[in-house]
Design a protein around this ligand. Sequence first.
Ligand SMILES: Cc1cc2nc3c(=O)[nH]c(=O)nc-3n(C[C@H](O)[C@H](O)[C@H](O)COP(=O)(O)O)c2cc1C
Length: 207
Amino acid sequence: MRILIVYTTRYGTTERAVKLAKKLFEEEGHEVEVREVKENPSLRGYDLVVMSAPVYRDGPHWDLTDWISEHREELEDVPKAFFLVAMHLAGSVFMGKLHGGIAYSQPLIEAFEVPPFYGTLIGGEIDVERLSDEDRRKMKRFYAVLGERLESKSLYREEDVKAFVRRTLLYYDWFGKHFRRGEVNKAKDFDFMEKVREMEAKLDAEG
Ligand SMILES: Cc1cc2nc3c(=O)[nH]c(=O)nc-3n(C[C@H](O)[C@H](O)[C@H](O)COP(=O)(O)O)c2cc1C
């Protein structure tokens, strides 16, 4: 199938993950175009759109969410998946409110009537030396809230990108193609665990 990967990046980690994802989709026999959001790519003719952005200030980078707002109508009609790149992967609960972790993806779900069929978070990187003064100040505050000190570290793992690609292709077959506009109620009743049990039975049968 024809895949469009749309992304934005500030320090390059998301771009690295996107390039690997492209290579992995191609190895599975798919045709992949990679475009930065600032190129304002059109969506015509793609079977799958993958969106990717780093998390900045508690949410997906605004360049991606702006692009989504601009292309929302077209995006409703194409199966879509996403991965976000972040440092606070596990997430926290502050006074009963979800913060960080997969909760970072909420704006990418709420943006649509037909939501992305799959999305996940992968680990990012912080290189203190490369941060602008302003970003360093912001990151210091970010880690202070987590009770940690700002230091260079990498949570980026190629395995996570591989898992994203593998699962996107698997779930595309399961439900990526099946829910169109006006059929979202059908998706609400979709029994994910039923699908898992079906897979288990298939694997058992194969021995
Ligand atoms: C100013 C700034 C704010 C950030 N805010 C968050 C945040 O709220 N949550 C988080 O998990 N990571 C945050 N990060 C970490 C980035 O998501 C991480 O460094 C990522 O690898 C950046 O991707 P990029 O290299 O593609 O720009 C922040 C980083 C910077 C520099």
